[in-house]
Design a protein around this ligand. Structure first.
Ligand code: FES
Ligand code: FES
Length: 133
């Protein structure tokens, strides 16, 4: 079996799919390798991610990684969300085939891009906090 049960579970029934019309931060990233696109919406209150939704135009692994990434950072502080790595996403999914690792990078980058957008909306330069996105 190429994909773990966890991947299949999140692909078949992804969590937190959709948009947040009143989002405090929106991140959109594209994967140069495959052309897939992921969009992440964050609602932030008191330094915490109170709600999160995503839309992914991409492969099954990209849908599974975005689904689990949204689960992992929902309710977390911004600081903890910034620590989310693609490696942690892959581990939470019980692994991904090597050719699909880049899909998990997309999930990490989408979260970071949404947080960068959040900072920009407050007039704060996100680069020192979020890094180059
Ligand atoms: Fe994205 Fe195949 S490269 S679906
Ligand atoms: Fe493109 Fe997975 S193949 S994100």
């Amino acid at each position: 079996m190429l994909y773990s049960d966890k991947v299949m579970e999140h692909f078949t029934n992804p969590h937190n799919v959709g948009e947040l019309p009143d989002a405090d931060g929106i991140g959109e990233v594209g994967n140069a390798k495959c052309g897939d696109i992921m969009k992440m919406y964050l609602k932030i209150d008191g330094g915490k991610i109170t709600d999160i939704k995503f839309k992914t135009f991409g492969c099954g692994a990209a849908i599974a990684t975005s689904s689990i990434a949204t689960d992992m950072i929902k309710g977390q502080t911004i600081e903890d969300a910034l620590k989310l790595t693609n490696k942690a996403v892959v581990e939470a999914l019980d692994g991904l085939p090597p050719a699909k690792i880049h899909c998990s990078v997309l999930a990490e980058q989408a979260v970071k891009a949404a947080l960068a957008d959040y900072y920009r909306r407050q007039g704060i330069d996100p680069t020192p906090i979020v890094g180059d996105i």
